[in-house]
Structure formats: structure tokens, C-alpha cells
Design a protein around this ligand. Structure first.
Ligand SMILES: *Cc1c(COP(=O)(O)O)cnc(C)c1O
Length: 379
């Protein structure tokens, strides 16, 4: 059957105003799509901040073991994974909420705390899902101007500007630390002051998707503050440092009260068997995580070398990617790189039409990127 959209039928008009006002999230182009479109093979993707090492070997083994159980529903309470996370993080399992990726967590928070007439605060150039999650509920998005490109944290979150947007209608504040796509990280003392001055009716979400890439993740995290702030939520994922983006598994750590709220609205089986088992195994695969950090550190240095040689400005390096200012419409550069089989991420939908985001790959992948980018810039 082909889609015969009846002329009078208008699904968008039937949708709630928040939904009708949204544009779909633009994911990085899959390599299979590029290969189909341009008849290329051997393309590389440095567009979605995925882990270039592939999944952790221990996770693959754990997935193989659960295959015979796939006819059964997964454990809806995620007992084993919450237990393992609790030990890993030093928190009670009752403080953990599992999500189908941390994207699921962000959407659950918006559904739980926002309504039309209420507000969420986040920064310009913050992770795109905050806007999607907020506006889908019909709530108002209050977007604080980012720091200037010349700041020590170029285009990063301006906590003073964010604080000035908090009102009696604010229910959520989203902070990505480090932030995607700017690569900036906030100094923890400043972040702590920001959280201290928030009124009690505001839930503050610190999204630590890239925390595993920090020199010392425990020191880079706000997790230790959960005892003091019952309105604090820390969001984490297995998609980046743990190399499991395709499985969709993330989690929130918060007061047990907020976990209880999220638990009431999440889908009963929002995280599958394989994802739960793989995440437990990944937590124990210390060698993999160490290698991830090492490859990322080396890759950041390699990519910075390429960009320095081409005289291109790039942003902060707290994640597994760099934000690059091409000094001209970046869509052209993106398209030319595609023709050479290299997928990066254009950021026009973030309001950064001159910028690309390039994820850290293996040494060989970044070598390919180096060659391709030199060709494009010297053409
Ligand atoms: C990649 C990313 C996530 C993770 O999304 P998942 O749904 O867990 O894959 C969350 N927050 C930020 C800032 C990210 O860049």
C-alpha cells in the first residue's frame, strides 16, 4: 500500500499545539544511507559521538547469554542493573530510574513536571532534545543566551543568564555538563552555587552523558550532591563512553522521591533484556572504559592537529567531539565531505550554520577525515 494522504485530513492540525510546532530531530546520517545514495563503500561516520571502539566485549558476551530468554518480557524493575549501578556509583538502587537511552529519561522528566503555562530553562546551543522534550508538552522554553565564542567556555552555558530566567512558573532546568555540541564543561563550584540558589519548585537536571571521558569522572560529577538537593537529577547514558548507543540504555540518579514520580509514568518495560544485561557487563569492563578514554584523548589531539594545520577555530574538548567553525556555510563542507565518504554533523538546526561537529574516531578514521578536509579546504 502506498500512502494516500486524504486531502482534507490534517494530522498536524489535530496534534496538540506543542507537537505541531516541533521539527523532527535530525540524526547523523547512517553510513548505510550514504553508501546507498552515492554508491560508495567504506564510508566513515564521525557524526553522532558514538564510540569508535565498537561495543565492549563483555557486553557482547552478556547479550549472547540472554538470547534464549527473549521470548519473555524483561525485568521491568531492572533489579540486577540497578543493583550494579548502585554499587558502581555508591547510591541506593531506589534512587535510580532506567531509561531507553537517557533521551527517555529527559522526556519522562518533561512529561512528569511540565504543562502548558509552565516553563523549562536551558541554554542556547544546549543538547537539542531539551527543546523537543519541553515543547512536546506545550510548556514554554526559556532559552538563555550562551557565552560568547571568545569566552574560556566558548558558546557554553551562562549560568547567570540561566538563573535570571527562573520564574515561579519554572519547573525544570536542563544543564548538559559537558554540553553537546559545544564541548564545554562548567566549573563545579559555579554549578553548585547555581543549584543552591534555585527555588524548591524547580527540578534541575544535570545531563552527564560525557562524564566518562573526564580525567576523573567522580570528580567531574555532581552525583555526590544528591544528598543535599532532593530536586537534583543526574542523567547518564551507556551510549558514549560505554559504547552501547545502538542498544538504547541510560539512567537517572535522583532522590527516591523523584525516582518514584518517574517510575509512575515510564513504560513498564522500557528497557529490554539485552540492554540490561549488556549494561551490567559494561560496568565491569574497566579495560574497555580505560581504552575509550585513551583513544578519545589521543583522537582529540589528532583532530586538533588537523584543525590547527587548516587554521580553523574549534571549541572545548570535554566530550568525544569538537565543534568547528568553518567560517562559511558549513552545509557545503558537509556535502563535500560526504562525497569523500566522510559523515560529520552540520549544526544549522542548532543555530550554528557555519559550524560542524566532528566526533572522535579511531586513528585511521581521523586520518581519513584529515585527508578529506584538507582536500575540501584547498579546493
Ligand atoms: C548523546 C547525548 C545523550 C545520550 O542520549 P541517549 O539517549 O542516552 O543515547 C544525552 N545527552 C547529551 C547531551 C548527549 O549528547
Amino acid at each position: 500500500m502506498t500512502d494516500q494522504s486524504a486531502t482534507d485530513f490534517d494530522a498536524l492540525r489535530l496534534a496538540t499545539p506543542g507537537v505541531a510546532g516541533l521539527s523532527p530531530y535530525q540524526p547523523g546520517k547512517p553510513t548505510s544511507e550514504l553508501e546507498r545514495e552515492l554508491g560508495l563503500s567504506d564510508t566513515i561516520k564521525l557524526a553522532s559521538n558514538e564510540n569508535p571502539l565498537g561495543p565492549p566485549p563483555a557486553a557482547l558476551a552478556a547479550i549472547r547469554e540472554v538470547l534464549p530468554e527473549l521470548a519473555l518480557y524483561p525485568d521491568g524493575n531492572g533489579f540486577a542493573l540497578k543493583q550494579a549501578l548502585g554499587e558502581h556509583l555508591g547510591v541506593a538502587p531506589s534512587m535510580i530510574t532506567l531509561g531507553n537511552g537517557s533521551n527517555d529519561i529527559l522526556v519522562l522528566l518533561a512529561e512528569a513536571f511540565l504543562l502548558p503555562g509552565l516553563e523549562a530553562v536551558y541554554s542556547q546551543y544546549a543538547f537539542a532534545v531539551y527543546e523537543l522534550a519541553t515543547r512536546a508538552t506545550g510548556a514554554t522554553a526559556c532559552v538563555a543566551p550562551a557565552l560568547p565564542a571568545g569566552d574560556d567556555a566558548p558558546l557554553g552555558h551562562d549560568l547567570a543568564a540561566m538563573a535570571s530566567l527562573v520564574s515561579p512558573r519554572t519547573r525544570l532546568v536542563f544543564i548538559a555538563n559537558p554540553n553537546n555540541p559545544t564541548g564545554t564543561a562548567l566549573p563545579l563550584p559555579a554549578l553548585r552555587q547555581f543549584i543552591e540558589q534555585l527555588p524548591e519548585h524547580v527540578v534541575v537536571v544535570v545531563d552527564e552523558a560525557y562524564v566518562e571521558y573526564a580525567q576523573d569522572p567522580a570528580q567531574a560529577s555532581v552525583l555526590a550532591w544528591l544528598d543535599e538537593f532532593p530536586n537534583l537529577v543526574v542523567s547518564r547514558t551507556f551510549s558514549k563512553g560505554f559504547g552501547l548507543a545502538g542498544l538504547r540504555i541510560g539512567y537517572a540518579v535522583s532522590s527516591a522521591q523523584i525516582a518514584d514520580v518517574l517510575n509512575r509514568i515510564r513504560q513498564p518495560f522500557n528497557v529490554g533484556h539485552a540492554a540490561q544485561a549488556a549494561a551490567v557487563a559494561a560496568l565491569g569492563d574497566h579495560e574497555y572504559l580505560q581504552r575509550s578514554r585513551q583513544v578519545n584523548r589521543e583522537g582529540l589531539r589528532q583532530l586538533a592537529g588537523t584543525l590547527d594545520a587548516l587554521g580553523l577555530w574549534y571549541g572545548a574538548d570535554a566530550g568525544n567531539f569538537l565543534l568547528v567553525d568553518m567560517g562559511r556555510p558549513a552545509a557545503e563542507v558537509y556535502t563535500q565531505l560526504l562525497k569523500q565518504g566522510v559523515i560529520v554533523r552540520p549544526l544549522a538546526n542548532y543555530g550554528l550554520p557555519h559550524h560542524l561537529r566532528i566526533s572522535i574516531g579511531t586513528h585511521a578514521q581521523l586520518e581519513r577525515l584529515d585527508q578529506a578536509l584538507r582536500q575540501v579546504q584547498h579546493a
